[in-house]
Design a binder for this molecule. Structure first.
Ligand SMILES: Cc1cc2nc3c(=O)[nH]c(=O)nc-3n(C[C@H](O)[C@H](O)[C@H](O)COP(=O)(O)O)c2cc1C
Length: 327
């Protein structure tokens, strides 16, 4: 039994009862999906990455990204920004969103973000990342956490130095994705470096990269000693991964979750929540990618996905799902 691995985590002055984190995933971890993941056992969730500059300018669209679902008592708001000055200007609006934790994105590889000095560009300027964290921790007791990569590229692996700077700035938790910026999301994530990070610092460490099953999550905990694990692509269309992992860690039986029926029922719950939060028209338009991910790899699912792509109303989706239930 591995239950010494399922445990609470203290992030600064906040205690989280569990260590199974849902990753920030731009375009994916909206309120509806986060809510579904909480229903299925996620211990903590993050918003999609939010532009601190847009928050400072009080963008209504950006503020919406920071709202909580009804069952979301805790929420980490992740911001991306290039410098401490932007942090300073964003703080009043950021605090208005009432985050449980404020996370600084130092891992996004997208050129549009990086060219402004934000996201993984901060891996090349650890002093700037430190100043950002220091500026925020200087104005609030809300814990500040940081999510970063192993380095900019394989020739500039600097996660230990980066983590040291972040902690000096006041970071309460480190989440590391075991890839460099140049690696993007491909290839094996480097868990050895995650283990090395954990063994060098006292603040809690959450590991990210290549967690596609409950078994992967348990293996990462066992082999690296991390305090928590971050589910990213492995949670897309698969919120069951949280309860599976928890059950595996606690030595409990997992419910049978692999049937097409359960996936479709969960996809239906997902769209129902999305309609509740966004209204029918927007939800039906934006949710296709998310719904398609539930049945990826299932026999006959390509035809189902073709129908999802053409659906326009909730009624359309209902008819499609009913056709596939109990096939
Ligand atoms: C579509 C997509 C969107 C992502 N968006 C974010 C984001 O907004 N903020 C962030 O810190 N990481 C983001 N990530 C990175 C993930 O949080 C995670 O660290 C990464 O996918 C590695 O984990 P995996 O190999 O288990 O998927 C994103 C990844 C993907 C695939």
């Amino acid at each position: 039994m591995n239950n010494q691995h399922f445990k609470s985590i203290n992030i600064g002055n906040v205690t989280i009862k569990g260590n199974l984190f849902l990753a920030p995933l731009a375009g994916f971890t909206d309120k509806a999906f986060r809510s579904i993941c909480i229903d299925h056992g996620a211990s903590f969730t993050y918003s999609e990455m939010v532009s601190a500059e847009a928050l400072a300018r009080k963008s209504e669209k950006t503020k919406k990204l920071t709202e909580r679902a009804e069952n979301e008592k805790l929420l980490g708001i992740q911001i991306f920004l290039p410098d401490a000055d932007t942090a300073k200007r964003a703080i009043p609006e950021l605090l208005r969103t009432n985050p449980t934790v404020i996370d600084i994105n130092c891992g996004c590889p997208v050129p549009k973000v990086v060219k402004n000095g934000a996201g993984s560009a901060l891996m090349r300027t650890p002093e700037v990342a430190k100043e950002i964290i220091k500026t925020i921790t200087g104005e609030t007791d809300i814990p500040v956490t940081v999510k970063f990569r192993t380095g900019w590229d394989l020739d500039s692996i600097n996660y230990l130095h980066f983590a040291e700077s972040a902690i000096k700035g006041g970071a309460s938790l480190l989440t590391m994705h075991g890839r460099t910026r140049s690696q993007g999301y491909s290839g094996e994530a480097d868990w050895e470096s995650i283990k090395n990070l954990k063994s060098n610092f006292d603040v809690p460490v959450v590991g990210s990269g290549n967690i596609f099953s409950a078994e992967d999550a348990v293996k990462m905990m066992e082999t690296t000693g991390v305090d928590g694990v971050l589910f990213a692509r492995g949670a897309m269309g698969n919120p069951f991964i949280f309860e599976r992992t928890k059950n595996l860690l606690l030595g409990n039986e997992s419910p049978p979750i692999d049937s097409m029926d359960i996936k479709i029922q969960t996809a239906w719950e997902h769209i129902s929540k999305a309609v509740h939060y966004k209204g029918e028209q927007t939800a039906c338009r934006e949710i296709k990618k998310q719904l398609c991910s539930y049945t990826k790899g299932e026999k006959g699912s390509a035809a189902l996905r073709n129908k999802i792509v053409r659906a326009e109303t909730l009624k359309d989706y209902k008819e499609i799902f009913e056709e596939y239930l109990s096939l």
